[in-house]
Design a protein. Structure first.
Length: 289
């Protein structure tokens, strides 16, 4: 079996205009770029068009990103097209924020170590010291930044410094049990992913799984979304769900919920780093996920 050659990734969005697919695919053909995967979506509600293409240049050694930009930009201007090109095997620099629960962190680090996620985990930041040994085992810097109501803005300023010092492209809140300030949400807009449980009906506050058990829920789940200033209501990237019944006690619900959380978060991070996610007002378009 041949090993798949890592492709270049082209992504774009623009107003819904006749010829949007043609302008991209025609250029790819004329440039000798072989389209290996293509997905597009035209949203009739927002009037926006989205497209994602994986392609292989005719000659990898001779492919010039600058030449691509120079040649395609003129065509893109006619469609008011915002586009980007991602090089093969680009590893997204990631910072992970976590509190005491380790299931999502463990899962992300395993998938990072085994190559299931094309990321480079640069730093782990926590408001507790509990998971430092796990970070050390993986050889990743760990920063314990305690937080209180009085020190929240000061702590977040330190987080910003670390995000910038490690040239972070994506921040993953892997069960970071703190609400980010409005200014922090704005700073991380479009580049921070959060995970939380999705119990039906919704239960907020302490011990949500115990509340759910008392109500006899029949379904548990998780939601991964971009962070914004609306608590747990940012644009949704991925969701997971599983049925339960009367034989599941609170500890069973917690175990199932944590399994769904880690897989759902993995999918969201994977879609993001593979450039499959487009923000579309308050919603997302996920192409080929």
């Amino acid at each position: 079996m041949k090993t798949k050659v890592a492709p270049w990734i082209f992504t774009a969005s623009c107003p819904s205009i006749l010829g949007t697919v043609d302008v991209v695919t025609r250029y790819m053909a004329q440039a000798g770029n072989y389209i290996d995967e293509i997905h597009s979506f035209d949203d009739r509600e927002s009037g926006r068009f989205f497209i994602r293409i994986e392609f292989l240049p005719k000659t990898e050694d001779a492919f010039s990103e600058q030449a691509f930009a120079d040649e395609f930009s003129t065509r893109a201007e006619e469609f008011q097209m915002e586009w980007a090109l991602t090089a093969p095997n680009h590893k997204t620099n990631v910072a992970i924020m976590v509190s005491k629960y380790d299931h999502c962190l463990n899962d992300l680090l395993y998938r990072f170590r085994t190559g299931q996620l094309n990321i480079d985990v640069k730093v782990i930041i926590s408001n507790h010291p509990d998971l430092e040994d796990l970070a050390k085992w993986h050889g990743i810097p760990y920063y314990h930044l305690p937080i209180s109501h009085e020190t929240k803005l000061e702590q977040e300023a330190k987080v910003r410094e670390l995000v910038e010092a490690y040239d972070t492209e994506l921040v993953v809140l892997a069960r970071y049990m703190q609400v980010l300030s409005p200014s922090m949400c704005e700073y991380l807009d479009g580049r921070a992913i959060n995970i939380h449980h999705s119990l039906l009906p919704g239960f907020k506050g302490a011990r949500p799984y115990h509340q759910a058990w008392e109500k006899g829920v029949k379904m548990v789940g998780a939601t991964a979304h971009y962070v914004n200033n609306d608590l747990d209501e940012g644009p949704i990237i991925s969701q997971g769900i599983q049925t339960v019944n009367h034989a599941h006690y609170p500890e069973d619900l917690i175990a199932k919920g944590q399994d769904i959380e880690r897989v759902t978060l993995f999918h969201a991070v994977k879609y993001h780093v593979e450039k499959r996610v487009f923000l579309n007002d308050k919603r997302t378009v996920v192409l080929g996920g």
